[in-house]
Design a protein around this ligand. Structure first.
Ligand SMILES: [Zn+2]
Length: 111
């Protein structure tokens, strides 16, 4: 793959990483109840939405991990190469999901 293309994907991945980290922070933070004494009766709802937020944060962390691994592959010079079969990952896929680690064939087989 052209160096120029790789640095393009790297830029995308870094933007994605920044966004994910901000979202994870947002979802992981415990709600600030502060002076919220009036809303005690809503506590059950609040704890449920807390659980939802934790679930979202955990999904986001998985995404972040994939982005980190892709950035690592860029460093190692193996970006755009399928981690399973060693074949090239088509740029059509990388354009949509720059964190992809599998080529189309291997992705199909995974399902
Ligand atoms: Zn493959």
């Amino acid at each position: 793959m052209e160096k120029e293309n790789i640095s393009n994907y790297e830029k995308k991945l870094k933007e994605q990483k920044t966004r994910l980290e901000a979202d994870i922070k947002k979802y992981s933070e415990a709600e600030d109840f502060g002076n919220d004494a009036d809303h005690l009766e809503e506590e059950a709802d609040e704890s449920e939405s807390y659980a939802n937020r934790m679930a979202i944060a955990s999904d986001l962390k998985k995404d972040l991990n994939e982005v980190d691994m892709a950035l690592n592959r860029i460093k190692m010079g193996t970006y755009g190469i399928c981690t399973k079969c060693g074949g090239e990952i088509s740029e059509d896929i990388l354009d949509i999901a720059p964190e992809s680690e599998l080529c189309t064939d291997c992705k199909k087989k995974e399902k």
